[in-house]
Design a protein around this ligand. Structure first.
Ligand code: BGC
Length: 773
């Protein structure tokens, strides 16, 4: 079969699609214009095409006896759409007579998850901690390779919501508290995945920053906070990487459900941003399919039951058929990009070995070294025993739960396995004690929970003083793993999740005392999906490494850092507050009423994460952008192309490795803007770059370009991005608090950078935080 030639535009080219050469005179997608194909559709076909075909089961699932909702009515158009890949979580309608192929979709952000063996990649927050867009693009290519070679069309990733609050249950699937980092990493992921000829879905658009009552909560947000913080990352990804689809979220934004929100989906996405992909819904959301169609939602997922309402609405005149046609046009245009449409002959053999290697490397590159007193790490002496404490050292969490969980990943390399693979010897008495404890205390698993990664774990084993002292005699160093899991439908709790449990803190204290008494060292490894409290215990151990949930190669990746095979270069994509109460949204998360919030008011406005801590001088445990290395970097020679801003300014800086081992540094560019008219954060990230691997003594010059966009703030009353006249400071730092060099430049007159539509105006007064310092 010859693959179709038109990938993007629907140009008329000689074409034969996966159904073969069509002999009739009917319009054919790819051969005829999109308008002609739409004109050849019946109303029933149209209504069924803007609605997914439901969670159709393949033979495999039927035979396993699964009970799955959203099944199509036997004999319906949706039912006639073939299941090509069993376990796909949704698909669009197939209309064979018009050459319209189905798009088969699969979750999620840590790698494709369905019935076949795939790779569990590092979670999103682990990837963004690399601050390395090339590496993230590589991971995207691996994921795309698995989607393509298993015959699927589209991966429901990346997740790009902002970490508004550390308790967000899905923060592990999202990149950062900062929209620039989130947008650039998201764009790199989309570019990587789509380079394989398969699609992505940037999700969950927008302000789905909590799981508590996500289906109904109304996020009340100022226009400025929306544009500068919550929409910004999506805007960057959509403009820079052209994802095939954008997924509208469950929640409402300023009083209107996201999937029925014309301002959001049409005015902003289509008109302001010029997006040309499919706008689809998250799974089973929205009240009124007709309103969804009118708002510019092209595709209601997963379907299949909304088509009858749509047909009636067209017949009764409630919905104009042209509106339906417009939505269909976006679907058809993007359908032509898919492997199914091209008749791609997939192998069922993605390169899983290669993908596991790249996943391992990315996992390690995204680990963040928080503390390393007296060069505790790397552990060079492999002949001396390491004592492993914490259940997570033996049963390591590779990812989070829900649709971000990879259900049929390759075998998990636990931390203990990784260390053994790297040639370390493990203290045997503690190993035996933990192995027995975990075996005896692990609860029975419920199959459906396990499929979604809600795996029940044994509670942490309390370590007694006597036990710790005995082990300290045997081993040279203690490694304590603190493990967490979180996921879809639930936010995290302050107690026993954000804060450590009494047993965990007690164990760190007992073990540290016992080992320090014998002049031996203690390393804490954080096997977590998000930010946790560290202040109460961080002074005790000698070293702290955030391993995150680094995918199936977890233990190998941890061993790569512990051994120094890879020099840590990850930096925090989210601030670690001293205590939960310091978080700017703590007072209004997850909204009210707390048990089932109907409304959440973003009173902190633009002061999210470091924008708040830095402006209001609130101390953090570890700041945004922070992370140690086994070497040291020197920053010098900051140069600005001009002291006066016209259209742009070039910034350059020299970074040198002054230490003894090779390493990479993440260089961050922050800008402080003049505060003469509008409230401004102390500084904002406006650029970042990662050096190559610098050998000891080696230097690299890094350049940044500052254009007007990077100076602009959003003026709500004018609905415009404006760069204010005045003095700006460029700050080059190793974190948002560790600014190494700075220089000022001037902008003589205000510049109107871009006027956009007046959209998403809050219907209630927001008592927004203002910087009056
Ligand atoms: C999640 C999405 C996911 C979809 C399909 C929804 O519940 O919010 O992220 O892609 O399910 O599984």
């Amino acid at each position: 079969m010859i693959a179709g030639l038109c990938l993007l535009t629907g140009n008329l080219v000689p074409f034969e699609n996966m159904y073969g050469q069509d002999a009739s005179n009917l319009s054919q997608l790819g051969k005829s214009t999109i308008e002609d194909v739409i004109a050849s559709m019946t109303l029933e076909e149209k209504a069924a095409l803007v609605v997914g075909t439901g969670l159709k089961m393949g033979e495999k699932e039927k035979n396993m006896g699964f009970q799955i909702p959203n099944q199509p009515i036997p004999g319906s158009l949706a039912d006639k759409t073939k299941v090509y890949v069993s376990g796909a979580v949704g698909r669009t309608l197939e209309i064979q007579r018009l050459g319209v192929t189905t798009i088969e979709m699969v979750d999620g952000p840590a790698g494709p998850s369905f019935g076949s063996r795939t790779t569990a990649y590092p979670i999103a927050i682990n990837l963004s901690s690399t601050w390395d867009v090339d590496l993230v693009c590589e991971i995207g290519k691996c994921m795309g390779n698995e989607v393509l070679e298993y015959g699927l069309d589209l991966l429901l990733a990346p997740g790009m919501n902002i970490h508004r609050n550390p308790l967000g249950g899905r923060n592990f699937e999202y990149y950062s508290e900062d929209p620039l980092l989130s947008g650039k990493i998201g764009a790199a992921m989309v570019t990587g995945i789509q380079s394989q000829g398969v699609g992505t879905s940037v999700k969950h658009f927008v302000a789905n920053n909590q799981e508590s009552n996500r289906i109904a909560v109304d996020a009340v947000i100022s226009e400025r906070a929306l544009r500068e913080i919550y929409l910004k990352g999506f805007e960057i990804a959509l403009k820079e990487s052209d994802p095939w689809t954008l997924m509208a979220s469950y929640n409402s934004v300023n009083g209107v459900t996201a999937t029925e929100n014309y301002d959001l989906l049409t005015t902003i996405v289509r008109n302001d941003w010029g997006y040309e992909g499919i706008i689809m819904s998250d799974w089973d959301t929205g009240k009124d399919p007709v309103e969804q169609m009118k708002a510019g939602l092209n595709l209601i997922m997963p379907g299949p039951y909304q088509d009858t309402v749509i047909i009636q609405a067209v017949k009764s005149g409630k919905l104009q058929e042209e509106v339906l046609d417009k939505n269909i046009a976006w679907i058809l245009k993007n359908t032509m990009r898919s492997p199914k449409f091209r008749g791609y002959n997939y192998s069922n053999k993605p390169d899983l070995d290669n993908n596991a290697k790249i996943a391992r490397n990315a996992g390690a590159e995204g680990m963040v070294l928080l503390k390393n007193d007296v060069n505790t790490l790397p552990l060079k002496d492999k002949d001396k025993d390491i004592a492993l404490f914490g259940n997570g050292s033996y049963v390591t969490n590779v990812g989070g739960s829900g649709s971000g969980f990879v259900m049929r990943a390759g075998p998990t390399v636990n931390i203990i396995d990784g260390l053994i693979n790297s040639g370390y010897s493990i203290e045997n008495v503690s190993k035996q004690a933990y192995t027995n404890f975990i075996q005896e205390n692990t609860p029975k698993q419920n199959m459906m929970d396990a499929i979604r990664g809600r795996i029940k774990r044994a509670a942490e084993m309390p370590v007694t003083k006597e036990f710790a002292e005995m082990i300290a005699d045997n081993a040279e160093v203690a490694l304590i793993t603190i493990r967490r899991n979180s996921g879809e439908t639930e936010d995290r709790k302050i107690e026993r999740d954000f804060n450590l449990t009494e047993t965990e803190v007690g164990n760190i204290e007992t073990i540290t005392k016992a080992f320090h008494a014998k002049a031996k060292r203690v390393v804490v490894v954080l096997n977590v999906g998000g930010v946790i409290e560290t202040t109460s215990w961080k002074d005790m151990p000698d070293a702290i490494l955030i391993a995150w949930q680094p995918g199936q190669e977890a233990g190998n990746a941890v061993a790569d850092i512990i051994s120094g095979r890879i020099n840590p270069s990850g930096k925090l994509p989210a601030s670690f507050p001293v205590k939960y109460e310091d978080v700017p949204s703590a007072r209004n998360f997850p909204g009210s009423p707390a048990y089932k919030p109907e409304e959440v008011v973003y009173e902190e406005g633009i002061y999210v994460g470091y924008r708040y801590y830095n402006t209001y001088n609130v101390e953090t445990a570890y700041p945004f952008g922070y992370g140690l290395s086994y070497t040291e970097f020197n920053y010098s020679g900051l140069k600005l192309s001009s002291p006066k801003f016209k259209n742009q300014i070039e910034v350059s800086i020299k970074v040198s490795n002054n230490g003894k081992v090779a390493g990479q540094e993440v260089v961050q560019l922050y800008i402080s803007a003049p505060k003469n008219k509008l409230d401004k954060p102390a500084e904002e990230l406006k650029g970042f770059a990662k050096t190559k691997l610098l050998q000891p003594g080696e230097s690299q010059t890094i350049s940044f370009n500052i254009d007007g966009n990077k100076l602009a703030s959003f003026y709500s009353e004018k609905s415009a991005w404006i760069a204010d006249a005045g003095e700006y400071t460029v700050k080059i730092g190793a974190s948002c608090e560790d600014i190494r060099l700075s220089q000022k430049f001037n902008l003589k007159n205000d510049i109107l950078i871009e006027a956009v539509s007046k959209s998403l105006v809050p219907k209630v007064e927001i008592n927004e935080m203002k910087n009056e310092l």
